[in-house]
Design a protein around this ligand. Structure first.
Ligand code: PA5
Length: 327
């Protein structure tokens, strides 16, 4: 699916309904008016769908996002919300946690928008009159990432949360640049064989780190840990002095933005205690370009690793079993 990512991004945004802000519903006597001002955005979803929230959270470290973004990967929503917009993202539309959250949001009188290929989420929301963005299919949820992310960005634009339109094409350039780096991705994958990757990432690239870990888990069936700095530099970093077998440090470093100096210092310290971190330098002129470059390139690394290990990347049987039991 990776070569399809640019077209998946472009196609999927065409499916965002034009009239989102004029929708008005009445559920259990409560009127839900989509034209009203919101004071937060909750992005709820799991795994390859939920990571959209993490990515948008990263982008809001750079963009002037008007309201806080709350990432909720759970079957319920936080209690303290006042006037949120809830975006429920589930590629399949059949993930129990996301459906429960969407239902809870509607019963609490919040505007909800679904982003999905269909499934029960689409049925539940449509039956109640709530809008659904139907997105094109991929081989598995995580391989449809741009089709989940790009419509969500358009929703943020429509609700005045962030100005995204001028950056969308740069995100696609990030994908295209990463797609040219197949040989580098294979080389990095080779360095990860027989290890537990410890992924170091700064707070504003947390989404890239989480996505890399999730892709290692799901594509290569490989354990991995993410350490987010600066916080990780106040706890995880102490463990670098122990010669615990099998760990391999991977440091994801942004372009020369405000966290660059922190990253340099971190590498110095890790190296001085004998760790030899593999450095992955993210490229991109805009926050979205950098983010898309990172998730695409590191995703390719995990597919290359799956191939080296002789692992089938698409299926995730334990996840499927759990989802079936919950549905
Ligand atoms: O990428 C995957 O296959 C998983 O992480 C799924 O995204 C996760 O299980 C949630 O499913 P869905 O995206 O269909 O809601």
């Amino acid at each position: 699916d990776y070569p399809r990512w640019p077209s998946l991004a472009r196609e999927s945004i065409l499916n965002v309904p034009m009239d989102l802000r004029s929708i008005k519903l009445s559920i259990d006597g409560k009127v839900i008016d989509y034209s009203e001002e919101i004071d937060s955005v909750v992005i709820t979803g799991m795994g390859g769908s939920g990571v959209v929230g993490d990515i948008i959270n990263d982008l809001c470290w750079f963009w002037d996002c008007r309201v806080p973004i709350i990432v909720s990967k759970n079957m319920r929503l936080p209690k303290r919300l006042s006037r949120p917009l809830v975006i429920a993202i589930s590629y399949s539309g059949n993930t129990a946690e996301t459906i429960m959250s969407a239902n809870e949001a509607l019963s609490r009188g919040y505007p909800v928008i679904g982003v999905t290929t269909g499934g029960k989420l689409s049925t539940v929301l449509t039956n109640k009159g709530a809008p659904v963005v139907l997105i094109p299919k991929a081989s598995a949820p995580r391989y449809g990432l741009p089709a989940l992310l790009y419509p969500t960005l358009i929703i943020l634009e429509r609700f005045g949360v962030a100005s995204v339109i001028n950056e969308l094409e740069s995100g696609i350039s990030g994908i295209e640049d990463a797609l040219k780096r197949v040989d580098d991705a294979i080389n990095l994958a080779k360095q990860l064989v027989n290890s537990v990757p410890v992924v170091w990432v700064t707070e504003s690239r947390r989404g890239v780190g989480i996505r890399f870990k999730n892709d290692l888990n799901e594509n290569a069936k490989y354990y991995s840990v993410v350490s987010v700095v600066p916080e990780g530099a106040h706890n995880d970093i102490a463990a670098v002095t122990t010669k615990q077998g099998g760990l391999k440090h991977v440091a994801i470093m942004g372009p020369n933005d405000y966290e660059g100096m922190y990253e340099e210092v971190l590498i110095d310290v890790l190296s001085s205690f004998g760790a030899k971190p593999i450095i992955v330098k993210l490229e991109g002129k805009t926050p979205l370009e950098t983010e898309m470059y990172g998730v695409t390139y590191l995703g390719m690394v995990t597919l290359a690793l799956a191939e080296l290990l002789g692992v089938e990347p698409v299926s995730t049987e334990p996840i499927d079993r759990l989802k079936n039991l919950l549905s």
